[in-house]
Design a protein around this ligand. Structure first.
Ligand SMILES: Cc1cc2nc3c(=O)[nH]c(=O)nc-3n(C[C@H](O)[C@H](O)[C@H](O)COP(=O)(O)O)c2cc1C
Length: 272
């Protein structure tokens, strides 16, 4: 048994999983990631925020276009509004800092205009996707940075439930879109979160070409998640497969995001 076996046990819920004879502080820290939904009131300092953003800006960026931005919201009244837009999630009200990560094509539009040059390519889906990818890569670096400082986070996809309302409250210019929010703060030790198991590697890692023969892996994962829910005393109906299938059952499962294309067009993305 290697020293990092416990990290693999918790990440894979005790499923049989090869443990590589490799360990680095970065990998070890990434493997202990947990989304946290219960926060103390203590503030996130300006220095911590600045360090998170430096890490975010250190992520790769397509053609170095850096087509993302982030709005840091500390104001309680604004966080309350954002919580309402995002399906009334209590942790948005509670966490002292909400970071709203933006796909931001507006800056590049202004840069091109200042140079007296056209920016018609911004109207294409490719550029929208580029901005979403840039924002996601930056945000995940910020999560890793936050966790390395002992802070806790949870992404908020609910920020896409009502994109125009979020844009209005944050005064977003056209061609910007809140991809997701992120609660940042200090975990409430009275309600700690646990490492949530992931699918076995055999389900996600394909060698040379794609294989659909993953049924055993999903069955093993359903069993691991059942053990996890029981250990957490969580009353979850059905297993991971059923829970996940429900999330893709139809437009009604999308919490209002079934009209995302319309919202994006209203926000200035032509998506050609
Ligand atoms: C893009 C994205 C959006 C998410 N949106 C929400 C959300 O709106 N509310 C929430 O409580 N968790 C949200 N999560 C957290 C996931 O539920 C969580 O990452 C997942 O259950 C795995 O748990 P873990 O992060 O603790 O490993 C989101 C995660 C991602 C990556």
């Amino acid at each position: 048994m290697t020293a990092h076996q416990p990290l693999y046990d918790s990440r894979y819920g005790g499923m049989a999983q090869a443990v590589p004879d490799i360990s680095t502080p970065v990998i070890d820290q990434l493997m202990t990631h947990r989304s946290v939904r219960a926060f103390r009131a203590d503030a996130v300092s300006d220095a911590q925020l600045s360090a998170m953003i430096a890490a975010a800006q250190s992520a790769a960026s397509s053609s170095n276009l850096q087509v993302w931005s982030v709005v840091a919201v500390r104001d309680q009244a604004v966080r309350d509004q954002l919580a309402e837009f995002a399906g009334n999630q209590a942790h948005i009200r509670q966490a002292p800092l909400q970071l709203v990560w933006l796909a931001d094509l507006s800056r590049l539009e202004r840069v091109a205009a200042a140079e007296g040059r056209p920016s018609d390519a911004l109207d294409y889906t490719e550029m929208f996707l580029t901005a979403v990818i840039d924002a996601a890569l930056a945000a995940q670096n910020a999560v890793a940075a936050a966790e390395s400082m002992g802070l806790a986070t949870v992404y908020i996809g609910g920020m896409r439930n009502r994109p125009e309302d979020v844009a209005r409250v944050l005064k977003l210019p056209p061609k910007t879109f809140a991809v997701f929010g992120m609660c940042v703060g200090h975990e409430d030790d009275a309600r700690p979160a646990s490492v949530k198991p992931r699918l076995p590697q055999s389900a996600v890692l394909h060698h040379e070409s794609y294989s659909t023969e993953q049924d055993d892996a999903v069955a093993a994962y359903n069993a691991a998640m059942a053990r996890f829910y029981e250990a957490q005393k969580m009353d979850v109906k059905g297993n991971w497969s059923i829970h996940s299938a429900k999330r893709v059952a139809g437009p009604a499962s999308l919490s209002g995001r079934d009209r995302l294309v319309d919202a994006l067009k209203a926000l200035g993305f032509s998506l050609k």
